[in-house]
Ligand binder design. Structure first.
Ligand SMILES: NC(=O)c1ccc[n+]([C@@H]2O[C@H](COP(=O)([O-])OP(=O)(O)OC[C@H]3O[C@@H](n4cnc5c(N)ncnc54)[C@H](OP(=O)(O)O)[C@@H]3O)[C@@H](O)[C@H]2O)c1
Length: 356
């Protein structure tokens, strides 16, 4: 077993306050069913900010998401886990709640061999530690568009016009993948900074990114509209429905909560998204197919790695990174982001000092 420390730094989220502190390394947690990951990089996700605010429904079967995007090395593998020390891995947070936060120097994941095989995903790209990108958010996009094709019974997106609301990380990755699947894309974002980021990073062309206020100029234009903002509010879904043509798919990806409907009193968008359904609604004289997706599986990570390896120019996922910080700077930064005092386009990563 590689040398493990007597203490390690980890974060705690309690009553909306994030703190970082040294904790005794739990030697008694090193059971046969445990994998310990030492992360090189941890990604900050919008879901982390929502959990600070308490504005996200936590699913009991998978637990809080706070600290779920990471790439690291297995530093301890219990006898029954199927992993080996030195394995380069990432996490799928959709499998088990029996894990500790990723915002730490070490992460503990417990489960049966079958659970761990799904929850801890091997990364086939040794170079990822030099040119970092986060596999989990991309796996969710791969899963979501695959689900959209399946639910809408489409063989591909060839020739389809796809409108996307939100040029956050999710919206930009949807654009990359929808283009790869043959669609033309137009992304609509409220603020100027994410629009500029998308252009400057070469992720979207001038004619693919618009202010959200321009959505009205694109009425009835899109075969598929993906709503990928922080929260899929009624107002945003109304804008999305306006952009959709008669018979279009309105795909809900951004946050929803129990009881959310669209149109008011119509389709239960939270259930549609979390249970990955499709349902037809009438809206402003149009028939729309409301659909959505939630989470991802190991196979989606594997498809994501394959897409990135085979089409690096179409999936410049490394260019989504907008900043790197140390773990010591994380609590204040993430609380400022949650409070709306700071905002960063793309993805901010935490580099764990001395790892990698
Ligand atoms: N279904 C799933 O499996 C799944 C998985 C992961 C994430 N998600 C969802 O996807 C959401 C977006 O994730 P992300 O990583 O792209 O977040 P992000 O990078 O923080 O981007 C957030 C986006 O939401 C926009 N936005 C926020 N408030 C808005 C408002 N009031 N009106 C219009 N636009 C608004 C932002 O636009 P501005 O630039 O104008 O602020 C930005 O484009 C998450 O919050 C989460 O709910 C879903």
């Amino acid at each position: 077993m590689s040398a493990l420390p007597s203490t390690y730094e980890t974060t705690t989220l309690l009553d909306g306050v994030v703190s970082l502190g040294a904790h005794a390394f739990p030697q008694d947690a090193l059971g046969d069913d445990t994998v310990v990951i030492k992360p090189d990089y941890i990604g900050i996700c919008r879901a982390d900010a929502k959990e600070i605010l308490g504005s996200r429904d936590v699913m009991e079967d998978r637990g809080p998401l706070f600290g779920h995007e990471l790439v690291g090395i297995v530093t301890f593998s219990g006898a029954r886990t199927g992993f080996r020390e030195g394995d380069l891995v990432t996490l799928n947070p959709n499998i088990t709640p029996a894990r500790t936060t990723g915002f730490a120097e070490y992460i503990f994941v417990h489960g049966t061999k079958e659970e761990l095989d799904q929850a801890v995903v091997r990364v086939p790209e040794p170079d990822i530690r030099d040119d970092i990108w986060m596999p989990e958010p991309f796996a969710c996009i791969v899963h979501a568009l695959g689900k959209l094709l399946e639910l809408a019974d489409l063989p591909s997106l060839r020739g389809k016009r796809v409108g996307i609301i939100g040029a956050g990380c999710a919206g930009l990755m949807f654009a990359m993948y929808a283009r790869h699947l043959g669609a033309s894309v137009a992304v609509f974002n409220r603020g100027a900074s994410r629009r500029a980021f998308a252009r400057e990073q070469g992720i979207l062309a001038e004619d693919e990114i618009f202010p959200l206020t321009a959505a009205g100029d694109h009425h009835d234009e899109f075969d598929i509209v993906i709503a990928a903002p922080t929260i899929a509010t009624t107002e945003i879904l109304e804008v999305a429905a306006g952009m959709a043509n008669d018979g279009a798919v309105l795909f809900v990806y951004g946050g929803t909560r129990k009881g959310d409907t669209f149109p008011a009193g119509g389709a239960d968008v939270d259930t549609i998204r979390r249970q990955e359904r499709i349902e037809s609604v009438e809206y402003a004289g149009k028939r729309l197919h409301v659909s959505g997706a939630y989470g991802c599986f190991k196979e989606d990570y594997e498809d994501g790695f394959r897409l990135h390896a085979e089409h690096p120019d179409e999936f410049p996922l490394e260019r989504l990174t907008s900043g790197r910080i140390g773990l010591g700077d994380f609590p204040q930064l993430v609380m400022n982001v949650a409070a709306g005092k700071e905002d960063y386009p793309g993805k901010v990563l935490i580099k764990i000092a001395g790892h990698g």
